[in-house]
Write a protein that binds this ligand. Structure first.
Ligand code: AMP
Ligand code: MG
Length: 284
């Protein structure tokens, strides 16, 4: 029995289509989910088991010569809950099947290359669920807002990113792009909590407030990302994230949907099972 049901599947209700307007998004809403938080948590646990099963099938396929992978791209401003998704959603599957990469301010080595270099190097190997905690999208978000490169440079990146992602998809990697959206009020609460609790100080960076001060600029930059890079092959999903329980369930459903689309079986044995049984039986 699965606890609770979506009134509309997450991959339908959260998918960014033409005309999507971030200004109309309510970050405290729980689109597609009308049940309680506790029902959502029950469902999360159950869906976690399915996620774990499908992840193992994907891993097994990769071990058996398959070329498919899944890549979860997580974007969102500070405190949006990217780390919580990693811990609570990916935390439900076998860590050996997950390859996690966080992208921060480029290192000197990264800076010596094109912005896509570090991204290409971090793409998941066959059989893996890759997770990008921030991604190439920073190169049209923070870079655009702070004018870290001239407009003429970041302007061309949307098309480059679409071409890059089409290439990634063609190589057998399913992209699941998630933008976690918190409200300004909720972000303030979460930043305050990071300041008030010593065990959260490590998550805080004084620069977070400089980013917060540019909220309208970031919203515009996110809107441009959604307008220009939500493609048929690699659509964006915008997840309202004021309710952590909702965001975690929603991302779990999106990942599950992507894995279900792969119609994963178990690899057939490349040895004679009966002969091996007979050999084993003949042994002391
Ligand atoms: P965090 O995810 O909290 O560890 O912060 C990482 C920081 O690195 C954020 O402030 C990002 O905006 C920043 N960052 C990530 N990618 C880039 C990039 N390509 N250029 C400049 N800053 C970046
Ligand atoms: Mg941070």
């Amino acid at each position: 029995m699965t606890a609770g049901r979506w009134t509309t599947p997450a991959h339908e209700v959260l998918r960014v289509g033409p005309g999507f307007d971030l200004a109309e998004l309510d970050p405290s809403a729980t689109p597609g989910w009308s049940k309680s938080r506790s029902t959502a948590e029950e469902r999360l646990a159950e869906q976690g088991e399915r996620l774990s099963d499908l992840q193992e099938r994907l891993f097994a396929e990769g071990r058996s010569g398959g070329s498919r992978a899944v890549l979860l791209v997580l974007q969102g401003l500070d405190t949006a809950g990217k780390g919580g998704i990693v811990r609570h959603v990916l935390g439900m599957v076998d860590p050996q099947g997950v390859s996690l990469r966080s992208f921060g301010v480029p290192t000197p080595e990264e800076r010596a290359h094109d912005y896509a270099w570090r991204i290409r190097n971090a793409l998941p190997l066959p059989g893996k669920i890759g997770v990008f905690d921030r991604s190439h999208y920073e190169d049209v978000l923070v870079v655009r807002v702070n004018e870290l490169v001239p407009r003429a440079v970041w302007e061309t990146r949307y098309d480059e990113i679409n071409a890059f992602e089409a290439e990634v998809a063609a190589s057998g990697t399913t992209l699941v792009k998630v933008a976690l959206m918190v409200s300004q009020e909720e972000q303030k609460e979460r930043l305050r909590e990071r300041l008030e609790r010593p065990e959260k100080h490590w998550k805080y960076n004084p620069g977070d407030l400089d980013v917060r001060a540019k909220w309208p600029e970031y919203r515009e930059a996110y809107q441009a990302v959604l307008d220009r890079t939500s493609t048929e092959l690699a659509p964006w999903y915008v997840v309202p994230a004021d309710s952590k329980w909702y965001a975690r369930l929603a991302v779990t459903e999106l990942l599950l949907d992507a894995l279900e689309e792969l119609d994963l079986g178990w690899p057939a044995a490349d040895f004679d099972v009966e002969a091996e049984k007979a050999r084993l039986d003949a042994m002391p």
